[in-house]
Design a binder for this molecule. Structure first.
Ligand SMILES: Cc1ncc(COP(=O)(O)O)c(C=O)c1O
Length: 395
């Protein structure tokens, strides 16, 4: 683990707040993620990075990394215009302008897959394909959640919950002239995005592990059945995508799956500290400046309140990282303009010193900073614009 003094001396004199990526720890995460992939390719989830230089760095590190999973269709059009290819837009869009934005890239021969699960999605995409005389590749999104008595274990996304639902979808595709089935995706959020080693939640961890075990069997069966049905009906999708950072070990077991999506594991934001089967390194963080000392043992910093999306709770606020011994004041947490820190550690902290925090969700860090500083072997080696720094605000 890197120490407070290490980062303090690396960043000496740099105005705060700032965000950084530790290249040495990122390298470690890349190598561990490659080790977890089995024989599957890995698609990079851009939403969990939001900085092209980091995406490029990962893509270049191994040919196991192949293609990007985009979170927005304009983002895919933008990335295609910059030379990127093999872009899977992971969530459906329905407006004409949105779908038309990828037509120029498709005409150039780029592979961009649009997500669909409803007949209406297919109608909209087919209409725009026809109007523009292009064939648009679509990706069927299978719902991977599992219903237990009284529990919906998973997320609400796709309407395709069974082989029969998929059959209806495939039948409809057969009637379309300007789209084709290029990909199938099933994202098992309840395995990939739900920690089962959360501190202080022993009983809940046990329940989640149990439900995960049951759910993995069911979702693997459904994904297999849908893929087999597609093949039986004569479809030849080139991509079968599944999983996320938290599910690599189970997703890689499925024969039909060609690739696993990974995003959060590269920066390893603190939500991803809570898994039994893997541990990645905290490769991204941000620094805020101590500007006040309201009373002994409390240091108040400027800014800091970069809270993550989703259900609100302590798991969505940033967590103090370094120095060790720093915690939040329970009824303030990380604030919009001021963040008081209770400090019980060994460092001698003073005005102007940094406190380092980690975001809950990996890519959301970059929504708040224009650049990421790269750190390696005790030095800042480079600085790269985030999506925000490139003037991009997709969602
Ligand atoms: C469709 C889809 N696939 C994969 C992922 C996994 O991404 P990560 O590795 O960042 O958890 C997500 C995350 O929300 C997702 O929405």
């Amino acid at each position: 683990m890197k120490t407070y003094q290490y980062y303090k001396s690396v960043f000496e004199g740099l105005p705060m707040p700032f965000a950084f990526v530790d290249r040495d720890l990122l390298d470690q995460n890349i190598s561990d993620i490659l080790g977890r992939a089995g024989n599957k390719k890995i698609r990079i989830a851009t939403k969990s990075i939001r900085c092209r230089a980091v995406m490029d760095y990962i893509l270049k590190s191994s040919d196991v990394f192949q293609g990007l999973m985009c979170y927005n269709i304009y983002e895919a059009a933008w990335l295609a215009s910059l030379g990127y290819d093999d872009l899977l837009v992971a969530y459906p869009y329905t407006q004409k302008q949105h779908i038309e934005s990828i037509v120029p890239a498709l005409r150039e021969g780029k592979s961009i897959y649009l997500m669909a699960d409803l007949p209406e999605h297919l109608d909209i995409i087919e209409k725009i394909g026809k109007e523009n005389d292009v064939t648009i590749p679509v990706c069927l999104d299978i719902d991977m959640s599992t219903k237990f008595p009284g529990i919906h274990f998973g997320v609400f996304r796709s309407s395709i919950r069974s082989k029969e639902d998929a059959q209806g979808f495939f039948k409809k595709i057969k009637t379309c002239t300007h789209l084709r089935l290029g990909a199938i995706m099933g994202y098992e959020a309840q395995i990939a995005g739900l920690g089962d080693k959360v501190k202080g939640k022993g009983m809940m961890n046990g329940i989640i592990s149990f439900l995960k075990g049951k759910s993995i069997k069911k979702l693997a069966t459904l994904r297999t059945e849908v893929c087999q049905l597609a093949l039986d009906l004569g479809f030849t999708p080139e991509v079968v995508n599944g999983g996320g950072t938290g599910s690599m070990e189970s997703t890689r077991m499925e024969d039909h799956v060609t690739e696993i999506t990974v995003g959060s594991g590269f920066f390893a934001s603190h939500l991803f500290d809570n898994y039994k089967i893997f541990k990645h390194q905290p490769a991204a963080a941000y620094a805020i400046e101590i500007v006040r000392k309201p009373e002994s043992g409390i240091l108040t910093c400027a800014g800091g309140g970069y809270v993550a999306s989703g259900t609100h709770g302590f798991d969505k606020v940033p967590h103090p990282y370094l120095p060790l011994g720093a915690t939040f004041v329970a009824n303030e947490m990380a604030g919009e303009v001021q963040t008081p820190i209770i400090y019980k550690g060994k460092e001698k902290l003073d005005l102007g010193d940094p406190v380092f925090l980690r975001h809950s969700k990996a890519g959301e860090l970059c929504k708040h900073f224009k650049e990421l500083h790269w750190v390696s072997e005790g030095k800042i080696t480079d600085s790269s614009p985030t999506y925000r720094g490139e003037g991009k605000c997709f969602l």
